[in-house]
Design a protein around this ligand. Structure first.
Ligand code: SAM
Ligand code: SF4
Length: 317
């Protein structure tokens, strides 16, 4: 379906849970989330109905995210049901990777084609610091399990944080020379409560090309990342710039939160509920949500924070 600004909306990001087994400082508070009532969250049946409704309106690509989607006990079953929805051509999943040693093979078998795995640092101490409770070795084991499970594409996502991991840009990018993966650097977004960082943490994507002059531009693949390649690499380096060079004019996505709210734009406070609707109600509500998608996400900076009124784990990044 085409929105009011001529954008074809083909991509749904579905957050299946707000819960997570890590506590990344830019994403969620230290004490986790205030657990919502079970009956306020979408059921698996409602999630699949929403995907069917979205597919009827032209959604072709689905990303399962969270929170951490792999902490959800029925995640494999959910992915299998999602992959079977008529019209959905591509099911991908975003994860912190720590539970992949057990789940990579079942997810692949259930029809997940591509994985994005988050990894901000290759240093065990820094990994513990940024995730507050995680172990680097678990994330690395997850990446290895994903590589062994035969996904069509694996992308490593690193949030660029000035003073924290900008010194690791060469080492993280060099993963593309060792493994058949893309590495994408994503600008830190000033969310509602991701408040541990000072202004110097918000660095633009151009820092990556400054640090790595050997990066050669390669043609874009239809996604939002500007793509480059290191000499002899097996995968691309992608730069994603939601803050310093937004890509709202080409935005093709809508989001659905685990508590059933459609967010036509990540950084807007506008939310439209699907909870409790039947299939026809979901189709009509999704249609009007797409038509209400704003032109752009508005100013974003250290002082002009996102209007989303939720942290990232409660939206689905
Ligand atoms: N738990 C999974 C993971 O970490 O990949 C999926 C959910 S997480 C919210 C999705 C992505 O959002 C991750 O790559 C994470 O690094 C990114 N993210 C979270 N908060 C962010 C922020 N404030 N700015 C930029 N990216 C953020
Ligand atoms: Fe959890 Fe992912 Fe947020 Fe980290 S970024 S706290 S892994 S949801």
């Amino acid at each position: 379906m085409i929105d009011t600004y001529g954008r074809q909306i083909t991509y749904l990001r579905l957050s299946v849970t707000e819960l997570c087994n890590l506590r990344c400082r830019y994403c969620m508070p230290e004490d986790g989330v205030c657990k919502k009532r079970h009956e306020d969250m979408l059921t698996q049946e409602e999630m699949i109905m929403a995907i069917r409704a979205a597919a009827a309106l032209g959604i072709r690509k689905l990303r399962i995210t969270g929170g951490e989607p792999l902490v959800k006990s029925n995640i494999v079953e959910l992915c299998r049901a999602a992959a079977a929805v008529e019209g959905i051509e591509d099911v991908c999943l975003t994860t912190n990777g720590t539970l992949l040693p057990k789940l990579a093979a079942p997810l692949r078998e259930a029809g997940v084609r591509r994985l994005n795995i988050s990894l901000d640092t290759l240093d065990a101490e820094k990994f513990r610091y940024i995730t507050r409770i995680g172990k680097l070795e678990d994330a690395v084991a997850g990446i290895e399990a994903a590589l062994a499970a035969g996904f069509e594409k694996i992308k490593i996502n690193s949030v660029l944080i000035g003073g924290f991991n900008d010194d690791e840009i060469p080492a993280l990018a060099a993963l593309t020379q060792r493994y058949p993966v893309d590495v994408r650097f994503i600008e830190l977004m000033p969310m509602y409560d991701s408040g541990d960082f000072g202004p110097e943490a918000f660095i633009p994507y151009t820092v990556v090309t400054d640090r790595l002059p050997e990066l050669c531009p390669v043609p874009a693949d239809g996604g939002v990342a500007k793509l480059y390649r290191l000499p002899g690499a097996l995968g691309n380096v992608g730069l994603i710039s939601p803050v310093s060079a937004h890509f709202c004019a080409d935005c093709n996505r809508i989001r659905l939160t685990a508590d059933g709210k459609i967010k036509p734009c990540l950084h807007s406070s506008d939310e439209i509920s699907l909870k409790g609707l039947d299939y026809d109600g979901m189709v009509e509500t999704l249609r009007s949500a797409i038509l209400s998608k704003p032109k752009w996400h508005g100013e974003l900076s250290y002082t002009e924070r996102s209007h989303a009124a939720r942290n990232m784990n409660q939206i689905g990044g």
